[in-house]
Design a protein around this ligand. Structure first.
Ligand SMILES: Cc1cc2nc3c(=O)[nH]c(=O)nc-3n(C[C@H](O)[C@H](O)[C@H](O)COP(=O)(O)OP(=O)(O)OC[C@H]3O[C@@H](n4cnc5c(N)ncnc54)[C@H](O)[C@@H]3O)c2cc1C
Length: 580
């Protein structure tokens, strides 16, 4: 089992990462069933979804139950499919063209089901998981409150012991699926102090709902307050350990963030698809706008970002799966099951945070450029890109804002260094004496060398920040911590692309190299910007700036021509030119 963060300290052999090209026929069929569902049963009902037609989203959720999507992460012992994390991501990605439906699934199959899978007792699992897995029941995750979002631990919801159970009082905000959920996973402070989770059925006396929130987008997704007024919760519905609900909340969110990147990928690809079709159809100055260099540039840049995201996403899914796989062999009543799940779900917390902020920003970029390609028509509800644009804003906010997730990533690296022995400082020192300086001319060699330069630069920035702030980096210099998170992300992105390239065949191979070069160019600019920010914030001497420059040479190639060629592949394929 590979530890998180290895890409920072050792090079990745070409072809060694899991990529979509590795999906077998059976997995592709699962992906196809999700794609068919969204294209044939969901997108034709967009108008009703937008109007939040009573009962419709619950109906779609049930259908996703029949298709097995809600059972994807449930152990087979409890009626689930226990699919690999890569397959789970593929299902979510394929639902991406309709974000409200996709979010409904994620809240049900992820946020509601995973707390039970990770920390439930065998009795709790037997009672609730089969119903949730089949879609007979739907679930919700109740963490946020009016006064506590990012600072979730400041919550006011309270539980007190009462006879054979507890009394729960408080109000949860922003609860996805609240309108039709049968089960709420509720986080509260037991006796005002101990952060603890409870399984609360919709029918327990004292549970009530607020009105639907009036959101910018995701109109089909139910988002309401849930009020708990002195609700009696039997003691067997306390989930996990008293005072240790942070394991439940954080680990559920880690896995949720991974899947948010999958939905971002699916929505982003859909934005590219509709923008490509529009660019071919729309004529100005006597020709399709797809002929214009500035439109082709947009299509190529959208593709490049999506290609990086896809390469990072499935690589991470397979790495996480290595940690989950051995758990399948354990009996359902194994006394350490929850501890093994904790390990598995937290190991890649940093990569999950990274995927969440990078993925949702790629989604937003694609939606925004998609509108631009549509011109004025993109600003009307007559074209699907308008809805995609509205729905691409909030993913940067929920499941931990992107600011918080940037801080989480850098904090995770510190933790991996301290607890898992990730040799970040040692590797930085070892690499400092041999900055890459120049880049070879041949494209593949150039990319591989640049990955090493990114590694050197990220480690160097991390080391200087660590020497200046140590454990207090997150609190004392957020901007530096976030810049290091961005550098780490660019490294992981380019590293994942370069490792993937040998797996691509035919035209996808040519298109892959173009995207690799274009991502390298973009990422080098980001790296240089963030490195400069870190060095200046730390008052680093001029020699540190010079060293950093030697680690980050700008790749030189004809980017205009590369974009043009990549756009041509996109136009030929009517959208994203790789993947399954
Ligand atoms: C449509 C929708 C669905 C949702 N579904 C659910 C759900 O099902 N269950 C659930 O529990 N919650 C849900 N949420 C809540 C969501 O997770 C929170 O909105 C999110 O965590 C941010 O909290 P907040 O809105 O209170 O913002 P705040 O925490 O108040 O943040 C406001 C701003 O301050 C920044 N900020 C806050 N703290 C820091 C810091 N320490 N350093 C730097 N910047 C900081 C944030 O990044 C943000 O830009 C949902 C929200 C929405 C909009």
């Amino acid at each position: 089992m590979q530890r998180s963060g290895q890409f920072l300290v050792q090079s990745t052999p070409a072809g060694s990462t899991f990529t979509p090209e590795d999906f077998d026929a059976e997995t592709r069929m699962i992906g196809k069933s999700a794609e068919d569902f969204v294209r044939h049963e969901v997108l034709p009902r967009l108008e009703e979804i937008e109007q939040a037609k009573e009962g419709l989203m619950r109906e779609l959720d049930r259908k996703m139950g029949e298709l097995g999507f809600t059972a994807a992460e449930v152990p087979t012992h409890y009626g689930g499919l226990d699919l690999p994390k890569t397959t789970v991501a593929l299902i979510v990605e394929k639902l991406g063209p309709e974000p409200a439906t996709c979010l409904t699934l994620q809240a049900h199959a992820g946020l509601a089901i995973l707390p039970l899978v990770l920390e439930g007792t065998p009795e709790q699992k037997a009672r609730y998981l089969p119903k949730l897995a089949s879609g007979e029941w739907c679930g919700s995750f109740c963490l946020s409150e009016t006064g506590s979002g990012s600072d979730a631990l400041a919550m006011k919801t309270r539980a007190v012991p009462d006879g054979d159970g507890y009394r729960l009082t408080g109000e949860k905000m922003w609860v996805t699926n609240a309108g039709f959920a049968d089960l709420f996973t509720v986080f509260a402070k037991l006796n005002g102090e101990q952060f603890t989770a409870f399984l609360v059925e919709r029918t327990f006396p004292g549970v009530s709902l607020g009105r639907e929130e009036r959101k910018i987008g995701l109109h089909g997704s139910s988002t309401r307050r849930v009020v708990f007024e002195n609700v009696f919760v039997p003691k067997e519905n306390l989930l996990g350990e008293v005072g240790k609900a942070h394991y439940i909340a954080l680990n559920t969110l880690n896995l949720g963030r991974y899947k948010m990147a999958a939905s971002a990928l699916g929505t982003g690809k859909y934005a590219l698809e509709v923008a490509t079709r529009y660019a071919k159809d729309r004529h100005q100055f006597g020709q399709p706008i797809a002929n214009f260099g500035l439109i082709r540039q947009k299509l190529a840049e959208m593709t490049t970002q999506l290609f990086a995201l896809e390469s990072m996403l499935y690589r991470t899914g397979a790495l996480m799966q290595e940690w989950f796989e051995p758990i399948h062999a354990l009996p359902p009543d194994h006394p350490e099951l929850h501890l093994r799940y904790r390990e598995a779900a937290s190991e890649y917390a940093g990569e999950c945070a990274m995927l969440k902020f990078f993925g949702t920003e790629v989604q937003y970029f694609c939606a925004d450029e998609g509108v631009q390609i549509h011109g004025g028509y993109g600003y009307t509800e007559d074209f699907p890109i308008a809805k995609i644009f509205r729905e691409s804003r909030v993913p940067r906010i929920y499941e931990g804002t992107n600011e918080i997730n940037r801080l989480n990533l850098t904090q995770h690296l510190i933790r991996q260094m301290q607890r898992a022995g990730l040799p970040l400082i040692e590797e930085s020192r070892a690499r400092e004496s041999r900055p890459i300086d120049t880049l070879p001319d041949k494209s593949l060699e150039m990319l591989a060398t640049l990955v090493e330069g990114f590694r050197q630069a990220t480690l160097y920035a991390f080391r200087l920040a660590w020497e200046a702030y140590g454990d207090h980096l997150r609190e004392q210099r957020q901007e530096v911590a976030a810049a290091i998170a961005d550098m780490t992300t660019m490294l992981y992105g380019l590293d994942s692309i370069v490792a993937r390239l040998p797996k691509l065949q035919g035209t996808a191979s040519d298109a892959g190299l173009l995207a690799g070069l274009l991502f390298a160019r973009y990422a080098t600019q980001v790296m240089r910007d963030r490195a400069d920010l870190v060095l200046n914030a730390l008052n680093a001497p001029a020699e540190s700036h010079r060293l950093m420059e030697r680690m980050l040479p700008l790749p030189r190639f004809n980017a205009v021509e590369a974009r043009n060629q990549l756009a041509q592949f996109v136009l030929m394929r009517d959208g994203y030119p790789y993947g399954v």
